[in-house]
Design a protein around this ligand. Structure first.
Ligand SMILES: Nc1ncnc2c1ncn2[C@@H]1O[C@H](COP(=O)(O)OP(=O)(O)OP(=O)(O)O)[C@@H](O)[C@H]1O
Ligand SMILES: [Mg+2]
Length: 282
């Protein structure tokens, strides 16, 4: 390869890096929502957190970092939207609930049933594009919903943000359910966050007890209290427990996060406490 070609590649790389830096410098705080185990409620927490923050008047974006199971568009009720490009050729995010900016692989695939078959480098490049080529504008919070575990997607997001000059380290928010297997896996997320120098906001224990709709008694379906115990053992904050409520499943499926459910759910009250705790830390 000729020397000037190499110079060209190098220059291009520098330009791309500068673009990423510029974009990231406009985002005050990134919150990565993680868990060790699947199906514990990360996407539910991400959507409800984004909506709660937006209702407090913050400028909020949601990056759906779950490439294989992009659930955010459905939960935020913006599944049928299409992406467009702005004058500068940047991707214009979809807008949910008036002012929440949303991006997801769900908008890039043909249909919800199309599987995404990508290896690590491809995933990295998509995460990079989602940070760099989406016109997020100025944001107070970027909430990143992630797949379970400590794979390519969380690693890419963490490294891209950690590698940007003068940009705050991302926060890690860990979601778990109370049973031992889930907690064991949550520990891995904590270790991951520590290894990558993320700021750990703490643990949320989701699906913590079920209030019986017939007798009103609380049934500890998956036990309770494990999240608090894990937080204590790992010396990180325990942010709170969100109970199981069948109405959450119904509302979520209808694109209505439970914090805006008209019924004033116990879960919404618990979540309000969690959000205020998070805001105190940030
Ligand atoms: N507190 C709760 N009470 C009742 N149902 C809940 C609660 N939290 C989440 N759910 C339901 O549990 C299911 C899984 O939640 P969600 O998709 O948020 O989990 P996840 O951790 O993002 O899953 P994945 O690992 O597949 O991305 C959804 O149907 C959701 O509506
Ligand atoms: Mg999810």
């Amino acid at each position: 390869m000729a020397e000037n070609e190499l110079d060209g590649i190098e220059k291009n790389r520098e330009e791309e890096k500068a673009k990423l830096n510029l974009q990231l410098s406009k985002i005050k705080s990134t919150i990565m929502v993680m868990s060790g185990k699947g199906g514990v409620g990360k996407s539910t927490v991400s959507a409800n957190l984004a909506l709660s923050l937006a209702r407090e008047g913050f400028r909020v974006g949601v990056l759906d970092g779950d490439i294989h199971g992009p659930d955010i568009p459905k939960i935020l009720g913006v599944e049928d939207m299409k992406l467009t490009a702005d004058e500068e050729g940047k991707i214009r995010p979809v807008t949910a609930y008036g002012n929440i900016k949303v991006i997801s692989v769900g908008y890039l695939i043909e249909s919800r049933d199309t599987p995404v078959i990508w290896r690590g480098p491809m995933k990295h490049s998509v995460m990079r594009q989602f940070l760099k080529d989406v016109n997020w504008g100025e944001l107070d919070f970027l909430v990143v919903d992630l797949p379970p575990g400590t794979g390519d997607e969380p690693l890419s997001i963490a490294q891209l943000i950690r590698g940007a000059e003068g940009v705050n380290a991302p926060y890690a928010l860990i979601v778990t359910t109370p049973q031992d297997v889930a907690l064991l896996d949550a520990r891995k997320s904590v270790e991951f966050a520590r290894a990558l120098d993320l700021k750990i906001l703490g643990i949320i224990e989701n699906m913590s007890g079920l209030s019986c709709p017939h007798c009103g008694e609380t049934i500890d379906l998956f036990k309770t209290g494990g999240g608090r115990k894990a937080a204590e053992d790992l010396h990180i904050p325990f942010l709170g427990a969100v109970p199981i409520d069948p109405r959450i499943v119904r509302d979520t499926d209808e694109g209505r996060p439970f914090v805006v459910s008209e019924e004033g759910l116990e879960a919404a009250k618990a979540f309000a406490g969690i959000v205020s705790d998070i805001l105190k830390q940030i």
